[in-house]
Every structure is written in C-alpha cells, then in structure tokens.
Ligand binder design. Sequence first.
Ligand code: DP6
Length: 326
Amino acid sequence: MKATAIAPANIAFIKYWGKKNDALRLPLNSSISMNLSGAFTTSTVEFSPDYSQDTVGMVGEEFSQKEQNRVITQLDVIRKFTGCNDYARIVTKNSFPKGTGAASSASGFAALTVAALHALSFSATEKEMTILARIGSGSACRSIPDGFVEWQSGEQSEDSYAYSLAPASHWELCDVLAIVSKEEKKVATTIGMEGINTSPFWKERIAGMPEKLQLVRKAIADKKLHELGKVIEEDAINMHAIMMTQDPPLFYWNDSTMRIIHTVRSLRAEGLSVYFTIDAGPNVHLICETKDESTVAKKITSISGVETVLLNHVTKGAHITNDHLF
Ligand code: DP6
C-alpha cells in the first residue's frame, strides 16, 4: 500500500487565471504548458489500516497547517474515488527551493495524486488522474501527461482534463528560469484569481482565448519558436494586465522583472531567439531552443537583481519510481 511518484512543475504558455467553478477548479479557459525538467516533486504515499490519522511531511522544509489541510482534502477526494477508508502517511520533497516561482502546487498535487492511486493499486487512466489532480490544484493536471500539454477547460468535471499535445522528444525547448526573489508570494494564486471578474478587461481576455490557443497548438506542432514566442509573451502580459486591474490590484512584478523584459527584447533585436513568460510572481521564464540556452543563461545572469538561474528542458510527465522517501 506504498508508492512513490515524481512529477515535474510546468510553465504555462497560455495561462489559467480564473475559474467558473471554484470547488471543482473548472477554469474559465483552456491552457497549454510544457513540463520542466529542473523543478519536480517526489511524493511517497502509504495507506494503512494501522494509521489513526493522516500525516503529512516535507523533507527539509516546513509544511504549514493550511498546506497540510489542502493535502488531506486531496486524500479525501482520492479515498472517495477509490472507495478506500484508510488513513495515509505522506512525505514529499521538492527539487527546487520553496518560493522560487517554480510551481510547487502543480508538481506537488500531480505527484501526490499519482502516488496515492498507485499505492491503492487503483488502475486509473491518465485522463482520470488529471481530473483528480486538477481538483487539488488546477495547474497540477498539466504535470501528468508527457511533454507539451493542453488542459481542456470543459463544462463539467469529467471533461476538464489534460492530455499531451506532443511528447518531450518532439522539440528541444528550454526554460531558463531567472529567479529575482525567493520570497513567498503575497497573494496565493487561488485567492488572486477569485478577483478576475473585477477587472474591466476579463471578458476580452476570455473571448480572445480560442485564437491564441490555436496559434500555440500550431506553433508547437510546427516547432516555430517565433510564432510561439509572440503569443506566449502576449498572453503573459495580458494575464498581468488583468491582475493589475483587478480590485484590489495585484502587482507581482518588481524592478528586476522589468529589467529582464527589456533585456529579452534587446536580445531579440540583436537576433537571439528568446521570449519571456511570467506566472504569479516576479521571476521570469525565458523560453528558447537548446542551442541558445547557454548564451541566454549567460546574458541573464549578468542582469542586476538576478539571484539564480535554473535550467529546464521539456520533460515527461508524472511517473512512478521505486526510490521511496521512507
Ligand atoms: C498564474 O493552479 O496554482 O500559474 O487551481 O487555485 O490551485 P489553483 O491555482 P494554480 O494557478 C496557476 C496560475 C498560473 C498560471 C498557470 O499556471 O496556468
């Protein structure tokens, strides 16, 4: 009744910001991402009739009571789905420091869900696993399929799931992640996105999605970075414009974020093919091809305010390992 799973974080090219059903985490729009090789969570889950409560721990870091409760809620979802009544012990470990802007809720809930189902010897399909992970944290569903992944928004729980658009081997794309702050974000994504409809621009954002999604699907299929890059920058700026015009407004960028944006635009003017995207924090993800990775990393490291650079390649989704954490 014990299993361990590894799941990568992912970076969204078309962002998820806003839900049409909070409890089920049904998003307002479909989103597309790539899995990140350098930022992953390992999770060992053991169910036992001998346990009298759930216990949740993290290697080398503190897990707040609130975070533990969210994990236990997800265990309840899995228990209900599988018909299991036992409590569990969970230990997780992140490959990246907390607060680096790498999406720990995505990799965390993907690893937890896949490990728990495996520990219970429950043979769920990939689609079912993504639906369950989505209920834990929306973006977690995109960390289960291989490589480049689309999360179809759907109208109800059964049709809001993620699937691979192309395997990791399809295209040698990189994400050079520039860390400019290791502070925990002040407003968590779940809370932040509740305010989306206080922005006067949110309906335009959602109305523009089908076209942007189609451009990204095609750019991935054709491996055209300049086409992909144009849309991902546009969508990241669009999402942050929504955040900044919400009530209360959310400002996730800082001065280093702006410096990186300007540098990326100058590098492109000089002929380097690199594009930026930014999640709910100040850190910047620079998307380029493997051949340009070291040049991009070198240029970005020299910008004032950049503390660390994490190199990521596109990688496979969540999978089982025999290396248990306990
Ligand atoms: C800005 O998946 O963390 O990173 O479903 O409430 O857990 P919850 O939100 P979460 O939101 C991620 C938002 C984002 C964009 C994205 O990854 O698509």
